[in-house]
Design a protein around this ligand. Structure first.
Ligand SMILES: Cc1cc2nc3c(=O)[nH]c(=O)nc-3n(C[C@H](O)[C@H](O)[C@H](O)COP(=O)(O)OP(=O)(O)OC[C@H]3O[C@@H](n4cnc5c(N)ncnc54)[C@H](O)[C@@H]3O)c2cc1C
Length: 337
């Protein structure tokens, strides 16, 4: 049975380490518990927020309602053939523990997504991605519970409307569904995804191409580039990489020869937000305890006692200055509460 805690500090439940409080906090370890909790909760008008690993949220104030953590565990094999395996995973499993498990078992598909913080239940929401792979490539379906009417839903991959750091759960269904299980189809004869420059380079250090070595290479790169939230509070990339028209990109290239531009299939061009922020002079800047990481301008950090508001204000200043310099809007990737 779940326990409801009152006036609860979320400092250890968000990777920014923001000391925000919620009025009530509850962890449910099964679908039954979540249902039971919602049956009661839905009779009230107290706001509700779902929290996973807290690695993609910025609390700018206390939350005057319930924070619910779905803590459903378990990895179940649903189907298996010589080529692939279908596994259903509880939303409360830690993402990277699941990746490690798959790599150990020799199931390919998620190894490039090693060391991304957060829970399995959250991975479809922003379609997590890294090193040339997005989780949509292996998701078969997503199961959820509709908060309003306790209806169980299943969304097939095509129904999730996956895009770059985007899905239906971030849009029409935001705040309406609790993701309870995610099913993944993984390859038993892995196809290695090596179309990402720095990963191929790192892999040269290993004498064999394997899932284990890819995971190791990804972890090595990530640890050398990204601050560890246990040491400096952060939520990874704070902004999404903007996508611009090709004609505008051409003009930028004339002005800034070194601007990295990535052509998309639909003729648009993706620009690294980190490059724009760095060129706008923000890399390594610090205002009080809120700052822009010295090695990676895309990452905003909490050097100790920054409030969520201070980090949010810094983010807005950065957006404004990128807009002024390049006439490009950069959107926040992090969920601001
Ligand atoms: C150091 C660092 C590196 C990162 N690197 C990457 C990266 O390479 N690629 C990438 O894509 N992301 C990256 N991220 C971002 C983050 O890890 C992912 O977005 C992750 O999926 C968030 O999971 P979480 O469980 O922590 O989500 P939370 O922060 O807990 O929640 C995020 C949002 O999802 C909602 N939510 C959570 N669980 C559920 C649920 N079960 N049902 C419905 N809604 C829910 C919350 O209400 C919130 O709006 C990084 C973050 C950090 C700190």
């Amino acid at each position: 049975m779940f326990e409801i805690k009152e006036n609860f500090s979320l400092k250890n439940y968000n990777t920014f380490g923001i000391d925000a409080k919620c009025r009530f906090f509850v962890e449910c370890s099964s679908l039954d518990e979540i249902t039971q909790f919602l049956e009661n909760h839905n009779k009230s008008d107290i706001p509700l927020m779902i929290l996973g690993g807290g690695s993609n949220v910025l609390f700018t104030q206390d939350f005057e309602g319930y924070v619910l953590r779905p803590f459903i565990k378990g990895i179940e094999i649903i189907e298996e053939s010589e080529e692939d395996i279908l596994v259903k995973v509880g939303a409360g499993e830690d993402w990277d523990v699941f990746v490690e498990y798959c790599v150990e078992k020799g199931w390919g598909g998620v190894e490039n997504l090693s060391l991304i913080p957060g829970n399995v239940g959250t991975c479809p929401i922003q379609n997590i991605g890294a090193y040339g792979v997005e989780v949509k490539d292996v998701i078969e379906e997503v199961e959820s519970l509709e908060i309003e009417n306790l209806k169980k839903n299943t969304f097939k991959n095509a129904e999730c409307a996956f895009g770059y750091r985007d899905s239906i759960f971030k849009r029409n269904l935001k705040g309406k569904q609790i993701i309870t299980y995610v099913s993944f189809r993984l390859k038993k004869q892995p196809v290695f995804m090596l179309n990402y420059g720095s990963l191929t380079e790192e892999l040269n250090k290993f004498n064999e191409l394997s899932l284990k070595n890819i995971r190791k290479a990804v972890i090595d790169i990530r640890e050398s580039k990204l601050p560890d939230p246990k040491e400096i509070g952060n939520s990874g990339s704070f902004f999404k990489n903007p996508v611009i028209e090709e004609s505008y990109a051409k003009g930028l290239k004339q002005e800034y020869e070194d601007i990295p531009l990535y052509k998309q299939d639909n003729g648009t061009v993706k620009v690294p937000a980190g490059w724009l922020i760095e060129k706008a002079g923000w890399k390594g800047k610090r205002i009080g305890d809120a700052g822009v990481h010295e090695k990676q301008a895309l990452v905003l950090v909490n050097y100790g006692n920054a409030t969520g508001k201070e980090i949010f204000n810094l983010a807005q200043e950065i957006q404004q200055s990128v807009k002024t310099k390049f006439n490009i809007n950069i959107e926040m990737e992090v969920n601001v509460v």
